[in-house]
Design a protein around this ligand. Structure first.
Ligand code: CA2
Length: 147
């Protein structure tokens, strides 16, 4: 079964606890369960992780080399700042789907630029946590097409 790393960046551990008008009411655990259920339906295996630390996210992307057939990445605020994450993604060969719960283009101007976007094969923003399920469905189709 193809394995997908789902990587979540800083503050996403607080999902469902603050700013529900932007990020909804679901917690990160709820989101992990949603991804597990969707992955099972699609015949994928997921490894769902979160870190508040940029270097830890870089390490996870390195680990994905040879271990994961695709990456779904919500890098949180590092999306808008991290050349280190961009560089790590550039040494990963598989498909990368960038996901944002909110529509970053409808928010403050500093959220409009994404370093991840220059490497991502697709971006989903503004669909809430459903964006993760959409990313999994897209990866399932994409990986099937490559097999
Ligand atoms: O919309 C997204 O998914 C973001 O990646 C979320 C990041 C934000 O910096 C990006 O611009 C867009 C922030 C995640 C913070 O999550 C929280 C959740 C609940 C309470 C406080 C923060």
């Amino acid at each position: 079964m193809p394995k997908i790393f789902i990587l979540n960046g800083p503050n996403l551990n607080l999902l469902g606890q603050r700013q529900p008008e932007i990020y909804g009411h679901e917690t990160l655990d709820d989101l992990a369960r949603l991804c597990d259920a969707e992955a099972a339906r699609l015949g994928l295996e997921v490894d769902f992780r979160q870190s508040n630390h940029e270097g830890a996210l870089v390490d996870m992307i390195h680990e994905a080399r040879g271990a994961a057939q695709g990456i779904i990445l919500n890098a949180g605020a590092y999306t808008h700042t991290s050349i280190a994450i961009f560089d790590a993604l550039n040494v990963y060969d598989g498909p990368v789907i960038e996901v944002h719960i909110s529509n970053i283009h409808k928010r403050e101007p500093f959220r409009h630029h994404s370093y991840i976007a220059a490497r991502a094969d697709a971006m989903i923003a503004g669909c809430g946590t459903q964006g993760y399920a959409l990313a999994l469905a897209h990866l399932a189709q994409r990986l099937n097409a490559r097999a």
